[in-house]
Write a protein that binds this ligand. Structure first.
Ligand code: HEM
Ligand SMILES: [Mg+2]
Length: 264
C-alpha cells in the first residue's frame, strides 16, 4: 500500500532532483533524445517537465510532470507509471523511456489517432499525416465534443480493421485508446462540459507542445481517477456499440486490469 508520506517525499524529491520544466520553455528533441507514440508525454519532455532526453523516466519524474504541467493527481501518475514500466524490456524495471512506450502491443495499439499501424507502415511511433487527417475530419466544430471524439476513434478502428490484415486490439489497448480520447478532451478542455477547443488539441498533436500560445492554461481542477473513468465511459457510451458489446468490452477490460485508474 502506498503511503501519503512516500508520495509527498517522492514529489519533493522530483522537484529537487530534476529540472522543473515550464510552459514557456520548449525545445524540440535533438540528437540522442528519444520520443514515442504519446503526444502529451513527448510535449512534456519538450518542455522539460520530463527529462528532455526522454530516457530514464522514474516514478518521481512522472508524478512531477503530470502534476506540475497538467494538475493530474498522483494516483493517476502512479498507475500510469506502473503501465509504462511494463514497456521497459528489463525485468522489474523502475524506469521507462518514451521510446519503450512504442513497443507494439504492450501499451501501443493499432488504430491510433495520429500514428499508423505497426504492421502497415512499420512505424507506429512517429506522427502520421494520413492517420491524423482521418481523425481531424470528425472534429467539425471549434469545440470538440465527446460525440466527435468517439466517432473519430471509431473511424480509426474501422480503417485499421479494413486495411491491416494483422489488426489486433487487446482489452488493455482498447481501454487505453478510450482513455486517450478522454484525456485530450478533459485535460486540454473543460471537464464540466467534456469539450475541448479544437485549436488546443490540434496544436498539441501538430507541435508536441502545450497550447499556451492558443490560450490553454493548466487546469485548476486536480484530475482524478474518477474523472478519467467517467471520461472513458463517455467515450464508450458515445461510440454507438450495442449495449451488449459494451457489456462484453467492459467485462473483458475489468478481468484484465488489476485496478487503478483504468477501471470503472
Ligand atoms: C505516464 C503517463 C502516460 C503514459 C504512460 C502514456 C502512454 C501512452 C501510449 C503508450 C500511447 C500510444 C498508444 C497508441 O496510440 O498506440 C499514448 C497515446 C496517447 N496519449 Fe498518452 N500516456 C500518458 C499520459 C497522457 C496524458 C496525460 C495525456 C493527456 C492528454 C495523454 C494523451 C494521449 C493521447 C491523446 C494519445 C493518442 C495518440 C494517438 O492515438 O495518436 N497521454 N499514450
Ligand atoms: Mg498506436
Amino acid at each position: 500500500m502506498r503511503s501519503t508520506s512516500f508520495v509527498a517525499a517522492a514529489t519533493l524529491l522530483a522537484g529537487l532532483v530534476r529540472g522543473q520544466g515550464s510552459v514557456e520553455d520548449w525545445h524540440p528533441p535533438t540528437k540522442g533524445d528519444v520520443r514515442g507514440p504519446c503526444p502529451m508525454l513527448n510535449s512534456l519532455a519538450n518542455h522539460g517537465f520530463l527529462p528532455h532526453s526522454g530516457k530514464g523516466i522514474k516514478l518521481n519524474d512522472t508524478i512531477h510532470a503530470l502534476g506540475e504541467a497538467l494538475n493530474i493527481g498522483q494516483d493517476i501518475a502512479i498507475d500510469l507509471f506502473g503501465f509504462a514500466a511494463m514497456t521497459n524490456p528489463e525485468p522489474n524495471a523502475t524506469e521507462f523511456s518514451l521510446e519503450n512506450l512504442g513497443r507494439h502491443n504492450v501499451l501501443e495499439h493499432d488504430a491510433s489517432l495520429s500514428r499508423a499501424d505497426f504492421d502497415v507502415t512499420g512505424d507506429s511511433v512517429s506522427f502520421n499525416r494520413d492517420a491524423y487527417d482521418e481523425t481531424r475530419k470528425f472534429w467539425t466544430s471549434e469545440s470538440i465534443t465527446v460525440k466527435q471524439a468517439a466517432a473519430a476513434r471509431l473511424a480509426r478502428y474501422n480503417t485499421s480493421q479494413t486495411t491491416n490484415p494483422k489488426y489486433t486490439m487487446s482489452p488493455l489497448g482498447d481501454r487505453f485508446s478510450a482513455g486517450e480520447s478522454a484525456a485530450y478532451l478533459l485535460v486540454l478542455g473543460d471537464i464540466s462540459t467534456a469539450t475541448a477547443p479544437r485549436k488546443f488539441v490540434e496544436y498539441l498533436f501538430l507541435n508536441e507542445r502545450l497550447p499556451a500560445a492558443e490560450g490553454w492554461k493548466k487546469p485548476s481542477h486536480v484530475f482524478t481517477p474518477t474523472d478519467l473513468a467517467t471520461g472513458i465511459d463517455l467515450i464508450y457510451n458515445a461510440t454507438g456499440a450495442s449495449a451488449e458489446d459494451l457489456k462484453k468490452m467492459r467485462a473483458r477490460s475489468k478481468s484484465e486490469l488489476h485496478g487503478g485508474s483504468w477501471r470503472d
